[in-house]
Design a protein around this ligand. Structure first.
Ligand SMILES: [Zn+2]
Length: 147
C-alpha cells in the first residue's frame, strides 16, 4: 500500500523505478544514487528503500544497511575520485525521506569553505562560548549519556 507521503516523494519514486536516477548500488534495504545537484563530482545520496523521514527512525537493519553502503561507496570514491576525504551528513528537511549525503571533499571546495566559515561562527557568539563551560558540557553529556 502506498501512502500519500510516498506518492509525492521523489525518492520513493526512484526506489519504485517510476522516476529516473543514476543508480550506483543497491541492496535489499538501501540504494545509492548520484545527487542531481552535486556539490562535487560524484556526490551521492544513500537512501533507505522504505519511506522514513528521519535517519534516527530507521530500524537497526536499515541503519546497518545504509552505513555499510555509505562506507563501501566512500571507499570507491577514495579510489576513483581521490578526494581528501568523503563527507557524510544526513539532513532531510527538503525531502522528508532518509538520505545520507556522501560528498567527495577537496581542500578549498565549496563544502570545505562552507565548513571553515561555520567553524568561525561556532567559536564566536557568546551563547556558543557558554556551551563550552564545564557545567554546560557536563549538562549536555548527562542528557546524552545512556543510562
Ligand atoms: Zn519516500
Amino acid at each position: 500500500m502506498t501512502t500519500e507521503a510516498e506518492k509525492k516523494c521523489v525518492f520513493c519514486e526512484i526506489v519504485q523505478g517510476s522516476s529516473p536516477a543514476y543508480k550506483i548500488a543497491e541492496d535489499e534495504l538501501s540504494m545509492c544514487i548520484l545527487d542531481i545537484h552535486p556539490y562535487t563530482k560524484g556526490h551521492c545520496l544513500v537512501i533507505s528503500k522504505r519511506h522514513v523521514p528521519w535517519w534516527h527512525e530507521l530500524t537497526d537493519e536499515e541503519n546497518a544497511s545504509l552505513f555499510r553502503m555509505a562506507q563501501m561507496i566512500a571507499g570507491r570514491m577514495m579510489d576513483t575520485l581521490r578526494p581528501d576525504f568523503v563527507f557524510l551528513y544526513a539532513r532531510g528537511r527538503r525531502i522528508p525521506h532518509t538520505h545520507l549525503f556522501l560528498i567527495p571533499t577537496y581542500s578549498g571546495d565549496v563544502l570545505d569553505r562552507f565548513f571553515n566559515a561555520l567553524e568561525k561562527f561556532q567559536e564566536s557568539p557568546r551563547s556558543l562560548v557558554e556551551l563550552t563551560r564545564e557545567n554546560a558540557m557536563e549538562e549536555a553529556a548527562a542528557l546524552l549519556r545512556m543510562k
